[in-house]
Design a protein around this ligand. Structure first.
Ligand SMILES: [Zn+2]
Ligand SMILES: [Zn+2]
Length: 189
């Protein structure tokens, strides 16, 4: 049964939902990696994510000074469309409603908070990478590290596929640091 109002103590309900948020952030790193590698950088059906990301975003933003947006055309191609977010949230809503139904665990609300927050983090961080300002955290070492991580991806399209949480890049062996950059690995798709 769906467990929106489960007959369990409130604290176990809270532990389950908060645990789901953390679990989704781990899942989010691998889901982001797969989406980026196999849909946004593969001539997959539907083809529009490949065209919008691999052909347009990567053509406008390269690993050099063009990594920072300076034209209207670049500004137009920084972010996902709103319907990409609606689609991803709806897919996960169905997936995690099914998981809650099957397991009986109260996780759906936590899972959807996790999915929505990961997507918001993706859009915000990726936007700030390409459209920097004077935000207080942009000079922090961790943010500069993450920004450089993504800039390397714009040089080597099958490396550093994570934007938010590079866990999957480390686990799956696609993390590249500036010291091991090899120009010949650069690809266009
Ligand atoms: Zn980018
Ligand atoms: Zn990419």
């Amino acid at each position: 049964m769906p467990t929106l109002f489960p007959e369990i103590p409130w604290y176990w309900y809270l532990v389950s939902q908060v645990g789901a948020i953390f679990a989704i952030w781990i899942y989010g790193s691998f889901a982001e990696w797969c989406l980026h590698r196999f849909i946004m950088h593969s001539k997959f059906i539907p083809r529009f994510p490949f065209e919008k990301h691999a052909l347009i975003h990567h053509k406008l933003f390269r690993g050099d000074e063009s990594f920072t947006a300076s034209t209207d055309e670049q500004m137009h191609h920084v972010s996902f469309n709103w319907y990409d977010h609606v689609t991803l949230n709806l897919i996960h809503l169905g997936l995690f409603a099914g998981l809650e139904y099957v397991t009986g665990l109260p996780i759906l609300i936590g899972c959807m908070i996790g999915v929505a927050s990961y997507l918001i983090a993706y859009e915000s961080i990726h936007y700030i990478f390409h459209v920097p300002g004077n935000r207080f955290f942009e000079k922090h070492r961790w943010f500069e590290w993450l920004r450089e991580h993504h800039q390397i991806h714009h040089k080597q399209h099958f490396r550093n596929l994570n934007v938010v949480l590079p866990l999957a890049d480390f686990v799956l062996g696609t993390r590249r640091s500036p010291s091991v950059l090899v120009d010949s690995e650069s690809t266009s798709a």
